[in-house]
Design a binder for this molecule. Structure first.
Ligand code: NAD
Length: 496
């Protein structure tokens, strides 16, 4: 890397090590980096400075075909390894990430504009995901054999699915890759992964660092646009399952392409998490909770606490507390001291969020704090609270995916539940109350894959993460992810 290139990276801390070397920029196929069949490139940008960090190949369908061929060639040998062998590889990957954590944090922050604390949390969670899957893969078993028909003994085997196509988003690039790679490999599959074209650096770095630890062809990475590389992975006849974390629109396209070969689909899509604040809630705790989890990663978070429904009797008090909290948030570049939120991921996304704020004004809602772009360079937007939002307003159901939280009111528990469920999404929600009956009853009525009580966005690697309704199906994390990347086979023996 040249000195000029080094200045493009925002160093996270004054005592941080030298800027890490960039990963090789080719397609990682069959255990090595090879040239793409395309000479076209995609710019990789630092959104906090708007400078181009580097370029990666705009991969092609032919690149995907070569990667799938490598994954198919490797699958039988990998499937035949024992859980203990696979577990050892996953633990080694975790150790490699940990040993290089500053490299990963620096690359991630430079490529996404996220604050140091968020980048650190991402990398810690990625390490934990590999360690959990290493243990879970060994602890995993099926029902013991037994007789269910006369003179016949049944045995259930859990088998890998085969070759898994993985498509990841830009908001947590390495972490979302880890959420898939760890259980997919743990369950005995090989994979071809396409990172977001905007944020491929840490995924490529991982491939570079684990190349000697994982048998050739078990992990393959192809960079490039979703409509080309992602689409080919989804339709490829020799890919047995395709898993995407991304927007609803991309998930629909993946499922449609996958239908041609009747392959299994695993969808982790968008969210619009309601935060239901009852009159008996600890309002200060709820306001602080929305500050930390509505604005984590700049609100570019599928489970973000972005839509508050508060009881009308405490709405003024809660809004006052929330506006005070949000007006104290510091926005800054990854290395800036005390930066709580960073930039939007790209110019296009920054413009999308600003357009959503224009719609808020046109719809006659009140912007209680924030609402504007912050002068560049960098794609920064003020932390924003929108109030005066009536039932059924578009802001209550459309995912903005930026530093914007809206506040609505309700008058009865039934109304709170009905309104919270009035969204196409079903990923996550939270309920804030001190009433024990409410804390037990309301979560059961909410149509979301995760419901927190007096908390929000606390993720445990041991617990499943995934949505209902438009947020997709399939589960990340926990042993349920191993289930999702496995198939069961029944073998019946005639003892007669
Ligand atoms: P996106 O849908 O634009 O892109 C996600 C990935 O899909 C990228 O790699 C992209 O190249 C690829 N893609 C795009 N079109 C495709 C196509 N036609 N075929 C195959 N692949 C295609 O999403 P994004 O903007 O990168 O990420 C933000 C979205 O991801 C938000 O909606 C967010 O809620 C969601 N998300 C969900 C979770 C979750 O756990 N449910 C986690 C993180 C992000």
């Amino acid at each position: 890397m040249t000195t000029a290139e080094k200045t493009l990276f925002t160093v996270l801390r004054a005592d941080a090590p030298p800027v890490p070397s960039l990963p090789p920029f080719g397609q990682f196929i069959g255990g090595q980096f090879v040239a793409s069949t395309s000479t076209e490139k995609v710019d990789v940008v630092n959104p906090a400075t708007e400078e181009i960090l580097t370029q990666v190949p705009a991969g092609t369908a032919e690149d995907v075909d070569a990667a799938v061929e490598a994954a198919v060639a490797a699958k039988d040998a990998w499937a035949a390894t024992t859980p203990r062998d696979r577990s050892a590889v996953l633990l080694r990957i975790a150790d490699i990430i940990e040993a290089n954590r500053e490299v990963f944090e620096t690359l991630e922050a430079a490529n996404t504009g996220k604050p140091a604390a968020v980048a650190e949390d991402d990398i810690s969670s990625a390490i934990d995901t590999f360690r959990f899957s290493a243990g879970a893969a060994r602890a995993y078993s099926t029902l013991g054999s037994d007789d269910y028909a006369e003179n016949h003994t049944s045995v259930i085997h859990r088998e890998p699915v085969g070759v898994v196509g993985v498509i990841t988003p830009w908001n947590y690039p390495l972490l979302m890759a880890a959420w898939k790679i760890a259980p997919v490999l743990g369950a005995g599959n090989t994979l071809v992964l396409k990172p977001s074209e905007q944020t491929p650096l840490t995924t490529l770095k991982l491939a570079e660092l684990i190349a000697d630890e994982v048998p050739a062809g078990v992990v393959n990475i192809v960079t490039g646009p979703g409509r080309v590389v992602g689409n080919r992975l989804s339709e490829h006849p020799r890919v047995d399952l395709v898993a995407i974390t991304g927007s609803v629109g991309s998930g629909q396209k993946v499922a449609a392409s996958a239908a041609g070969s009747v392959k299994r689909v695993h969808l982790e899509l968008g969210g619009k998490a309601p935060v239901v604040v009852f009159a008996d809630a600890d309002l200060e705790a709820a306001a602080k909770g929305v500050r930390s989890t509505g604005f984590w990663n700049g609100g570019q978070e599928c489970g973000a606490a972005c839509r508050v429904l508060v009881h009308e009797s405490v709405a003024d008090k809660f809004t006052e507390l929330l506006v005070k909290e949000i007006s104290e948030i510091t926005v800054g570049t990854p290395g800036a001291e005390d930066a709580e939120i960073g930039s939007m991921i790209s110019k296009a996304h920054y413009e999308r969020v600003l357009a959503a704020l224009d719609d808020v004004r046109k719809d006659g809602h009140t912007i209680a704090v924030g609402g504007r772009a912050i002068e560049g360079p960098g794609y920064f937007i003020e932390p924003t609270v929108v109030t005066n939002v009536p039932a059924g307003a578009p802001i209550s159901s459309n995912e903005i995916f930026g530093p914007v939280v809206s506040v609505e009111t309700f008058s009865t528990d039934e109304e709170a539940v009905t309104r919270a469920n009035e969204t196409i999404y079903g990923l996550a929600a939270s309920v804030w109350t001190k009433d024990s009956a409410r804390s037990l009853n309301v979560p059961r009525k909410l149509d979301f894959g995760t419901v927190w009580v007096n908390s929000h966005l606390v993720i445990a690697t041991e617990m499943p993460w995934g949505g209902f309704k438009g947020s997709g199906y399939g589960r990340d994390l926990s042993s349920y992810a191993l289930d999702d990347f496995s198939r069961t086979k029944h073998v019946m023996y005639n003892r007669g």
